[in-house]
Design a protein around this ligand. Structure first.
Ligand code: FES
Length: 272
């Protein structure tokens, strides 16, 4: 959601028919939250700067063309926002369908089952079916068998595996990295930079081939600049980055949070 604007001239606007007053500079998503309206999101969090990459938080604004991301759009006086129009609901469902189409469908055995934002958002937007085949890009919306150039470009060459499906990186003693579960929201990359100031992570590749990478090509987490602060693990909305204790013991019933003197991230230690 980005950092809330704490000062600034009050701005009055209307969101889903509710009058809201927030400081200038506040995002539409934050203003909606102030009014008790939850807008679906995946790349935005309370602790990271707004990024606008997942496109799940789109809204309609009267007098403005398109469907802007509410997390990166600042409020303006007199703005009239619709967060639940049929148009934005359809867009969000389509976006979620694409995320899920490229994601392993192993929720029942996944360590993050019940504690996964991708799962939560699929429920929130009402996704029930995925028309795409997992792992390939052979969807033909017309049913005619014809594919556009851009669709053809997305296909992996015959016999080549998607680089996203490389083996799990278990080199770090505290957490695992499973690229097949990554939705490339870049929350981990931003947490590494904004929270820890380490710059150990980056996104490499494009489209279906894009993935989070620790350091230079060939590095794993252990040999990269990662300092094992855990900021990336806490920021991850799926089971891509997973504490080893959670993977082995399951999601705990309660969570103790403490801040260690070393880095001040506020590492979360979970216990049953
Ligand atoms: Fe706004 Fe991702 S939450 S674009």
């Amino acid at each position: 959601m980005g950092t809330p604007a704490k000062s600034g001239k009050p701005v009055h606007l209307t969101i889903d028919g509710i009058d809201v007053t927030v400081p200038a500079g506040t995002s539409v998503m934050r203003a909606a939250a102030e009014a008790g309206i939850a807008v679906p999101k995946l790349c935005a969090t309370d602790s990271l700067d707004a990024f606008g990459s997942c496109r799940l938080c789109v809204v309609e604004i009267e007098g403005r063309r398109g469907t802007p991301a509410s997390c990166t759009t600042p409020v303006h006086a007199g703005m009239v926002v619709h967060t639940q129009s049929s148009k934005v609901k359809k867009i969000r469902k389509g976006v979620m369908e694409l995320y899920v189409s490229d994601h392993p469908l192993d929720c029942l055995t996944c360590a993050a089952n019940g504690d996964c934002e991708l799962q939560d958002m699929a429920g929130m937007v009402g996704l029930r079916d995925v028309r795409y085949t997992p792992g390939d890009n052979h969807f033909d919306p017309s049913g005619s068998g014809a594919r556009s150039q851009s669709e053809a470009r997305l296909r992996m060459p015959e016999g080549e595996a998607n680089p996203r499906y490389i083996a799990k990186d278990e080199s770090n003693p505290y957490f695992t990295y499973d690229p097949s579960k990554c939705i490339v929201c870049s929350r981990c990359v931003r947490a590494c930079e904004e929270v820890q100031g380490t710059f150990a992570l980056t996104i490499e590749g494009r489209g279906f081939e894009s993935r989070v990478s620790a350091g230079m090509a060939g590095d794993d987490f252990l040999t990269s600049d990662c300092v094992s602060c855990g900021a990336c693990v806490q920021a991850c909305p799926t089971a891509t980055l997973q504490e080893k204790s959670v993977a082995e013991l399951g999601t705990p019933d309660r969570e103790l949070v403490t801040t260690c003197a070393y880095c001040g991230v506020g590492c979360s230690f979970k216990a049953e």
